[in-house]
Each structure stands twice: as structure tokens, then as C-alpha cells.
Design a protein around this ligand. Sequence first.
Ligand code: URA
Length: 208
Amino acid sequence: MPVHVVDHPLVRHKLGVLRQHDISTQKFRDIASEIGRLLTYEATKDLETEKTVVQGWAGEVEVEQIKGKKITVVPILRAGLGMMDGVLDMIPGAKVSVVGFYRNEETLQPVEYYVKLTKNLEERMALILDPMLATGGTLIATIELLKKAGCTKIRGLFLVAAPEGLKRLEATHPDVEIYTAAIDSHLNEVGYIIPGLGDAGDKIFGTK
Ligand code: URA
């Protein structure tokens, strides 16, 4: 399974700011969005372009434009919304497919409570957004519903990933490509990433 750690000074710097315990909601939100942009830049590196001729300031000029490949951005509620603006800044024409899950406290399995997918998923590349790839349970549930809807090209964008979640994903969906700003040490006993960022949803929405 391809795992791309986006190892760039800007990303490393911004992630360092996100890790600070006393970061404000506004700053956390801004930086989550900025890293979202930088991850998108990497995750779209292989999009095909085609040549076209436009009228430039000094006459006709040959330029390139992104070929027909359509993209859907898939924020996982609610924390995934925190990366969405940055991603859409880079791909303004992308459609948005929103998914939400809660955890069944008996089975511990993710149960969908909101799903609104764009049409023609078989023609689109999906970019799943979630700041934290922890156990991988919600990510796998999202991948399964996208595949069921016909999507064959799926990438996931994360601020931080845990080795446990990556291992589980490798075993279940090795075709999915992961882009993350960092792979951290481990999950603690309640499923938080260490050192991680804490509860990314609370930090983005200011609900702590
Ligand atoms: N979700 C979070 O917000 N943080 C973690 O560390 C793990 C899951």
C-alpha cells in the first residue's frame, strides 16, 4: 500500500505548531487547512494534463489543463471538515461527498448516520479527508461505502497517522493510497494517537 509522508519543511513546521497544547482554535483551523492544501498538492501530482491553445498577451500560446479526471472530496464528519477548505482551494471544481459515522458501543463498529455521495463515483477519484488516521475503523467503513458506490481510485489525506491504522488498512484495502504529514508512534489505550494532536475535532470546532 503506498504511504506518502509529505516530508517538506513547511509541513513539518506547521505540524509542529499544531502539536502545541495551547494553540488557539483559529490557528489550529487555519493550519489544518493549510496542511490540507499541501497534502492535496502531493496527492494530485499524477493528474494527467492535456495541451490546449489560448490567446496570451503576445498571441497564441500552448498551455496545459487538467484532463477530464473528476475528483470528489470526502470529508469524514466532523473533523474532516477542518481540512476541506484548503483542499477545495486547490481543486475548486471538486464535488463534495460527506460521510458521518458513530461508534456502536456494543460492537465498537462504525455505523453510518449520514451519507451524501456525489453521482458517477465510478468516474471520479475520491480524496478522503480526516485529520487523524487512528484505528482505521472509520476510514475502512468510508472506503467500503465508496467502493460499493463504484469508486475505484481512492486516496486518503491525514494530518497524522498511527502505525496501527496503517497496518489495518494495508491488510484490508492495499489499493488505497495514503498521504499524511506524519506517522506517529502509537495509539494509547483509548485510541488516541501519541504524540498526536489530541482531539482534532474539538480543536477545529473549539468544543473543548
Ligand atoms: N481522533 C482524534 O481526534 N485524535 C486522535 O488522536 C485519534 C482519533
